[in-house]
Structures are given as C-alpha cells and as structure tokens.
Write a protein that binds this ligand. Structure first.
Ligand code: GLU
Length: 505
C-alpha cells in the first residue's frame, strides 16, 4: 500500500449518474484531496447487458462540469474501445496517470481477473462450477425444503469432474463456513457478518467476465486504493470482499459505506421528489459550486461547534474528514439547495455571473449577439444578482429591459389617489426630466425624481409606481432607476411617450 491516500469512484455506465452517487463521489474526492492524495474514476462495465451507450461520456462530463479534476480515468483510447465507441473531448489524454495503473474500464482488464480467479482456484479458495440454471433451481428448492440457508453448496464444492476447457463459472469458497467476518467501517463502525450467511458467489462468469466482487477487489488492490468509499447498499457484499483480500494476502483498504440519500418524505430520493441527475440541476441553473457544497453536506458536517454551511471547494477540502460522515441517511432538501445556490450566485464576480447567465437568458429568448448588447447585459447584472436563486430566474426579471413591452392599460397608469390629468402631467414631467438628465445613471436619476415628486406634491411611491408601470409594463421589478438606466434613455422615453398617449385619450 502506498503511503499516500487514493480513492476512486466506480460507477457502472448504465445511465446518468444519480445525485446520490455523485455525493458518494464527492466524499471520495474530498477524502483524497484532504489528505493530498489521488482520486480517479473506474468504469465498472462488467455487466454488458446493462451498459448504456453514451453514459461513459456523460459520467466524465459530470465531473468536468463539477470542476473535479481526476488523477486517473478513461482516456480517449479506452473510450473508443467501448462497445459504442464513445469518445469525450475532455477525457484524459493517455492511459496512465499519476502512477495509477490503468486501463480504467473493467471490460479492458479481463485478463487480470481471469488470472486472479485461476490463482484462487489453484490455492483452494475458489472452485469451478457448471450447474445449469435448472440444476441450481432444483438444489435451491431442496435446501429451502430442508429449511437451511442456501449458501454452501457442498455438492458443488466437491465436484472434480469439471473440464476447465468447457464453459464453467468460478465461485469463491467461503472459508471457514462458520464463524464471523469482521469489518471495521469508517461510517458504520464495527460490523460482524456470519459466514453462514455469505454465499459462494460467482467470481468469474462463463463468458470470461468477472462479477463485481472479484473485479472490485482486484482493481482496488492493483490500483492501490486506500479508502473504498461507496454506497451502503454494498455493505452486505463487504464480507465477501474481506475474505477475498484475505485469500490473496492483500492489505485491506479502509471501508466507508455511506448512507443513502432520502427525499423529505423519508423515501429513497427519486424522480418523484424532483431532479435527481446532475445535468438536470445544471440545466435548471444551479452552480457547480453550490451543488458541490450542498452534496458535501448531505451526510457530512464540519463537526461540533462549527456552524459553517457555505463552503468553497477549497474550504471543503481543508475541513473534510471521512471520520465525520454521518451514519444515518441524509435528507435532500431542495429548498436548502436553492438557498445555497443564491448564496453562491451572490459570491460570483458580476462579470463571471454574466458569463454563466448568458446561455440561460439566450435560451429564454433574449439575444445578446453584439458586443454592445452584451455590455448592456453586463450592466443589468447588479440588478439581479441579489434576487435570483437559479440562473434560470434571471430572464424573467430583466426580459422587459431588452424586449419590447405591451403599453400598459390606462388603469395601471393612474396613480393612487390621483386622477387621470394629474397622472398624465406627472408622466409628462418625468419624460422631460429624463430627456434632460445630464448623466443617465441610477443615483442622479433617483434624486431628480424625488425632487420632482416633491414639486408635484406627490409621495415618491405614487410617482414611482406609475413610472414603473409605464416603462417596464410590470408592477414588480428590480430597483427602478437602475433598471431605467440599463434600459437606456431612448427606450425609456419611447415607453413614456406611449404611456402618455394612452393617458391622453
Ligand atoms: N459499480 C458499483 C456501483 O455501481 C461500484 C460500487 C463501489 O464503489 O465499489 O455502484
């Protein structure tokens, strides 16, 4: 074992990553980075039937988007060798990284598993079996009839008539049959498993592919993984893995089986609760900073007395400790994610926020295709930075600045406790004021408008409300004078003129 920490995330490429899996990956990544170690991705595609074309690429894209750098993972050549030849532009360039031994795709490591499975057979820790499914079913039924646990298949273990040249599987031999196998888990504590409940699982299938148990142990050892951090649905497989490490004489890694992520109703987080894939969150306008912050805190907290909730990735790396991962299921709160997203949005430099918003506002139909248009868009950022929870919220707050509005109906242009004539006069005065305002900026505009209200014996609110309706077509907007300033003099005057015409009728 190396002295340096090494962790991995080992998804099966069977579809988009579930946010709960990504949370596990973030724990593994933070563990590695906190200790100055390495983090890599290994694709566990030994179940070729469940393989989903395109998912390898999307897994890598997920980490790219999150801004998580890999010290190892599928490279271009590996991706091209996959069943559907799926390359990804951002894949690592070539197959061996920072000393971790590739390839990082299990279907490209078959000879290793075959070699170690044979080793186990030679050393009496595994055996060949070739029962047909019907035979297995008959044996299972007989065991159940005897009210025994269907685990140890004495008949199978004792067979000597299997020709290694004929199709067969290799099963592990659970030794000893009695007693317990102990696990010290970083999250679950000490867990004891009765060997009587551990079955002689298949390690190598007849088609030469390994099962998860063998492949995972062989790879974690050869790739020098120090901390196996995975979902706790794998806890019941741990005794098999511990036995395999023992048979091979390999040092055990540390295990951390992390609890599930639940919805607020206490059920496993699923589509019923809302978005569950990282790409959905990305497309809904969540920042990767917020997603990482939020996921890291799903089952981890910095420790007693430390109330910090908002973290940058660097702060998480500094504070994270695998020993503080909680042992009870974490509850996914969409409202907490919204809140954190708002906080991280406010922390972005405005120019950076503008960059990130552009694709969202363009998708909502706003066009900023000239440098001038983009400059105006950047001016609008301070109007919304404090007000949006997701990048998607922006367009609805500022669209009226950049696209034409419907001229409001007369009713909306008549101020509170004012009649039509007074309202008309007020809008005319406003128009004259805006025409002449030397600097078309928020502060001088607000000041001049307040003076105007006084002169007209109006409350500021009375005047501002009708002006707002006239120039924005809305009753609720970001701060009025900042908005008018971004809109520009020409547009503001045109809209006022149209409102004046309505009131003159
Ligand atoms: N391929 C397994 C999965 O999809 C990996 C579990 C592990 O991390 O060992 O969850």
């Amino acid at each position: 074992m190396t002295s340096s920490v090494c962790t991995r995330f080992a998804p099966s490429p069977t579809g988009d990553l579930h946010i709960g899996g990504v949370r596990t990956a973030i724990f593994a990544w933070l563990t590695a980075r906190h200790h100055g170690g390495k983090f890599f991705i290994r694709l566990e595609d030994t179940d070729q039937e469940r393989y989903m074309p395109g998912s390898a690429r999307r897994i890598l894209e997920t980490f790219d988007w999150l801004g998580i750098q890999l010290d190892g993972g599928p490279d271009h050549a590996s991706l091209r060798q996959m069943k559907t030849d799926e390359d990804y532009a951002g894949a690592l360039a070539d197959g061996s990284y920072k000393g971790i031994s590739g390839p990082f795709v299990q279907s490209q490591r078959l000879p290793l598993y075959q070699q170690w499975a044979e080793w186990l057979v030679e050393h009496g820790c595994a055996y060949r079996a070739n029962e047909t499914p019907e035979e297995l079913e008959r044996m299972r039924a007989a065991v159940i009839e005897r009210k025994e646990v269907w685990n140890f298949r004495e008949e199978m273990r004792l067979r000597t008539d299997i020709d290694p040249a004929q199709p067969h599987v290799i099963r592990m031999r659970v030794i000893p049959r009695d007693g317990i196998t102990q696990l010290h888990d970083l999250v679950k504590g000490d867990v004891a498993f009765e060997n009587a409940n551990t079955d002689d699982a298949v390690l190598l299938k007849a088609d030469g592919y390994p099962t998860y148990h063998l492949a995972n142990v062989v790879d974690d050892h050869l790739q020098e993984v120090t901390h196996v951090i995975r979902g706790d649905d794998w806890l019941s497989s741990a005794p098999k893995h511990i036995l395999l490490y023992r048979y091979f004489g390999w040092e055990l890694p540390q295990f951390a089986h992390v609890p599930n992520v639940l919805g607020e109703d206490g059920r496993k987080l699923s589509k019923r609760h809302g978005a569950t894939s990282v790409f959905e969150f990305r497309d809904q306008g969540y920042l990767h900073e917020a997603v990482i912050n939020f996921l890291a805190m799903l089952g981890w907290a910095p420790g007693e007395g430390d109330e910090q909730n908002v973290f940058t990735a660097d702060e998480l790396i500094e504070k994270f400790s695998e020993e503080h991962i909680g042992s009870s299921p974490a509850v996914f709160s969409y409202s907490k994610l919204d809140w954190l997203n708002g906080v991280h949005i406010r922390r972005l430099p405005p120019a950076e926020l503008a960059e990130r918003l552009l694709p969202f506002v363009e998708q909502a139909g706003l066009k900023f295709d000239t440098p001038e248009a983009q400059a105006r868009f950047r001016q609008a950022i301070p109007l919304i930075q404090e007000r949006i929870k997701t990048l998607r919220d922006a367009a609805g707050l500022i669209d009226f600045i950049f696209t034409d509005i419907e001229t409001p109906a007369k009713q909306a242009l008549i101020g509170q406790k004012m009649d039509q004539a007074a309202s008309l006069a007020a809008l005319r005065e406003t128009k004259a004021l805006l025409e002449q305002l030397p600097v078309f900026d928020e502060a001088p505009m607000e000041q001049a408008m307040r003076t105007l209200a006084e002169r007209l014996h109006l409350k500021a609110g009375q005047l501002f409300t009708i002006v707002r309706n006239a120039v924005t077509g809305k009753s609720v907007t970001p701060p009025l004078f900042g908005t008018i300033s971004v809109m520009g003099r020409e547009t503001a005057l045109q809209r006022l003129e149209r409102a004046i015409r309505v009131l003159s009728e």
